[in-house]
Design a protein around this ligand. Structure first.
Ligand SMILES: [Zn+2]
Ligand SMILES: [Zn+2]
Length: 154
């Protein structure tokens, strides 16, 4: 099969770029069915901007713990509580802490205890408010009852 240069449009910047015959041949030998979606400049930029997306040598976690069969992309991070290296299924960012599974369970248990305590406090407030309303209703009913019970008094 002969390859000829083809012009493609970059998905990121929209610029036209050449998917050369040589590259097509290379893709074919690698068994890649799809055309490249980004121009070379965007591919390079992407690599520089998102180092976590680059393929890494599987010396830790992902392949070690799943035998390389996991389809999940895991990211290595340090636990905010104990500092141990751990893996998370999302890209760790600075705006929220990452915990290892032990600390996560710990943190979650504490959070659940806090939530339970809050729910209890809220229930108590609601019960107190309901009791007050009931009291008022009862007073009103007694008052109305008194009037109805003794119509002659008027
Ligand atoms: Zn581009
Ligand atoms: Zn930890």
């Amino acid at each position: 099969m002969a390859f000829t240069d083809r012009e493609l449009n970059c998905r990121d910047c929209g610029a036209a770029f050449i998917f050369t015959a040589g590259e097509q041949e290379f893709y074919a030998t690698k068994g890649l069915q799809h055309d490249p979606v980004r121009c070379p400049a965007c591919r390079t930029q992407r690599k520089m901007m998102r180092p976590e997306d680059r393929e890494e040598i599987p010396h830790f976690g992902v392949y070690a713990s799943y035998g390389g069969r996991t389809p999940r992309q895991l990211h290595v991070a340090s636990c905010a509580q104990c500092g141990q290296t751990t893996e998370v299924p999302f890209v760790p960012r600075g705006d929220r802490p990452v915990y290892c599974s032990n600390c996560y369970n710990d943190v979650r248990t504490k959070q659940e205890e806090r939530d339970a305590a809050e729910a209890e406090a809220a229930a108590a407030r609601i019960a107190a408010a309901a009791a007050q309303t009931a009291e008022r209703d009862q007073e009103r009913q007694e008052h109305v009852g008194a009037v109805v019970a003794d119509p002659e008094a008027l």
